[in-house]
Each structure stands twice: as C-alpha cells, then as structure tokens.
Design a protein around this ligand. Structure first.
Ligand code: COA
Length: 181
C-alpha cells in the first residue's frame, strides 16, 4: 500500500538520487564534479531544517519510494541577498505577498509505473497544507516550457502562470504561483 509521509533520514538516498537525476530538467552544462558530501548535506537539510520540507510516497510493504517533492519556506525580507535565486525573486516581487513569505516547490518526481494516478497532485497538495499551517500565503514553482504536462498539472491545482523566460540560464522557464489565504 502506498503511503504519503514526511521524509525521514531513511529517504535521503532516494531524495539525493532524484536530485542528481534531474528528470524533467535540461541537463546542466556545468561539468564540475558533484561534491558528494556537500550535496548530501544540502539534501539532508530538506529532511531536518525548519525552513524546508520533503514529502515522499512510499510502499508500506517493500519500503521503496515511488514519488517525492522538496520545498523551501522562504522570506525575502529576512533572507540574505546571497540566498538561492534571491535576485530573481526580488525581480518578481510584485507577484509575491507583501510579507515576502512564500513556499518554493521543486524536484517533484513520480516513478514511471505510478504516473497518472494523482500522486504528484497529492504530494503538492500536502505542501499546500503544510504552508497553510505555517501561515504562508503563496506557493511558487517553475518548470521548463517544454514540460506542458507539468504546467497543466499546476494549472489544475489552481496555480496561475506569472512569467516566462530565462532565470539563471538560457532555458525558457515558466513560473507559476498559487495564493490561498
Ligand atoms: C510530472 C510528474 C511529477 C507527474 O506525476 P503524476 O503523479 O503522473 O501526476 P498526476 O497523476 O498528479 O497528474 C495530474 C494531472 O497533470 C496532468 N499530467 C500529468 N502527467 C501528464 C502527462 N504525462 N501527460 C499529460 N498530462 C499529464 C494531467 O492533467 C493529470 O490529470 P489526469 O491524469 O486526470 O489527466 C511525473 O510525470 C514525473 O515525475 N515526471 C518526471 C519528473 C518531472 O518532469 N518533474 C517535474 C519537473 S518541474
């Protein structure tokens, strides 16, 4: 039976693999070798840090994970300007709440055999519940414009498109937000 749950340290290997494989993203041209320790520590933050969260779908019998998603609860007013993509978010400030607080969702993935059964929808809804619990008013996500099915998934969830264009590279990204308070 599949169970949707908060990720634990037992899910780290799965979350790291998911991050490294980057399915659904154009492969990076940056060929700097991955610093494995630094990478593990970064992903581990999504399991342990108060400003981050990770959810997974796991099989209760064989304990295999079949889906996952990561997010970060951000506050542009208190984060240092060196924070990940801070400048980009500042440039789309008019679409974000005055409080500067929002949830950034990424690394959504569902195993091929389990797709089109609503798992991704449920993973994302779970992050909405968590955001709501934290009084966060908006969820932000982006995907490449070559992923129309991911755009459709988000539109079905009530997101709206706010921007198209490059962010930190030349890729055409589609940015979407959902406000719910
Ligand atoms: C994108 C992904 C997470 C979707 O997971 P999923 O569990 O199959 O999604 P859901 O079942 O919740 O889909 C909800 C809706 O999104 C749309 N959708 C999802 N996948 C689709 C596809 N392959 N083709 C067309 N529409 C699709 C449909 O409208 C679907 O509703 P429907 O099945 O009733 O028609 C999954 O395909 C995946 O892991 N892909 C590789 C990684 C990736 O691209 N991640 C996103 C990076 S930004």
């Amino acid at each position: 039976m599949l169970q949707l749950r908060r990720a634990s340290k037992n899910d780290l290997e799965f979350l790291i693999k998911l991050d490294l494989e980057e399915e659904g993203y154009t492969p990076s041209v940056d060929d700097t070798p991955v610093d494995v320790e630094e990478h593990c520590a970064r992903i581990s933050g999504y399991v342990h840090d108060a400003d981050k969260a990770a959810r997974v779908f796991g099989d209760t019998e064989d304990h295999e994970q079949v889906g996952g998603v990561l997010c970060r609860f951000r506050n542009l007013k208190t984060e240092p300007e060196s924070a990940n993509n801070w400048t980009f978010f500042e440039s789309i400030r008019q679409f974000l709440p005055d409080s500067g607080r929002f949830c950034e969702v990424f690394n959504l993935w569902v195993a091929p055999d389990f797709r089109r059964q609503g798992l991704a929808t449920r993973l994302k809804r779970q992050l909405e519940i968590e955001s709501h619990r934290r009084d966060i008013e908006m969820i932000y996500t982006h995907t490449e414009r070559t992923n129309p099915h991911v755009i459709e998934l988000n539109l079905k969830l009530g997101y709206r498109e706010i921007r198209r264009g490059p962010i930190w590279d030349e890729i055409g990204w589609v940015s979407l937000t959902k406000g719910f308070i």
